[in-house]
Design a protein around this ligand. Structure first.
Ligand code: HEC
Length: 172
């Protein structure tokens, strides 16, 4: 999907799809986190208020989308932003080198969801838990401690009398 829509020809994305794209900034944990912080800042919200007062096109036709974006917060807001940006990079800015994409609404939504799902701590946690449940991990550690401890105790119980015997015979 990212390839089909040409994203990778300008962006390196998580270092994975990196054949070429250096026109746009790399998209990875650091840049997505920065984007998250920028969109959830007071400065950004003020900027949207300013932009809403302008009559320029195409910005003026995206007031509804900007309102939708501001009604969400956190990573949901980032998801909206990526979605609208793919459809129209100028929806919240006066200047962008990123071209407006032919990506359909549903496609933009899938791409946005995907990029955000890698970052959103809630979704991340769910994924990790699905892979390796905490309770399982704890049980595993407890079991190895018990088995290791028991093994050590048996070894000491066997070796100690043998050592004692030896030192005993020598001193006689
Ligand atoms: C022709 C090159 C080009 C293509 C193709 C392109 N982008 Fe971009 N993109 C840019 C540039 C340049 C920027 C930097 C900001 C600007 O100029 O608007 C950017 C910014 C971004 C950002 C914000 C990054 C940040 O840290 O603020 C995201 C997210 C993004 N693009 C996603 C995509 C996705 C997803 C696609 C595919 C649907 C795509 N881009 C296709 C050039 C491109």
């Amino acid at each position: 999907m990212l390839q089909k829509n040409g994203c990778v020809s300008c962006h390196k994305i998580f270092g994975k799809w990196g054949f070429g794209g250096t026109v746009g900034p790399e998209i990875n944990e650091t840049t997505l986190m920065r984007l998250h912080d920028r969109l959830n800042s007071e400065e950004y919200e003020q900027w949207v208020v300013e932009l809403n007062e302008m009559d320029r096109q195409p910005q003026a036709s995206f007031r509804a989308q900007r309102a939708e974006l501001l009604s969400a917060s956190g990573w949901d807001r980032v998801q909206f932003w990526i979605r609208f940006r793919i459809q129209e990079p100028l929806f919240d800015s006066l200047d962008s080198q990123m071209p407006s994409h032919g990506a359909s609404g549903p496609e933009a939504e899938i791409i946005a969801k995907y990029l955000v799902s890698i970052m959103d701590p809630e979704i991340r946690e769910q994924r990790l838990l699905a892979r390796l449940p905490d309770s399982f991990r704890l049980k595993h550690i407890a079991m190895s401690l018990i088995i290791g401890g028991a093994g050590g105790a048996v070894l000491i119980a066997v070796l100690l009398p043998m050592l004692r015997k030896r030192t005993g015979t020598r001193s006689q």
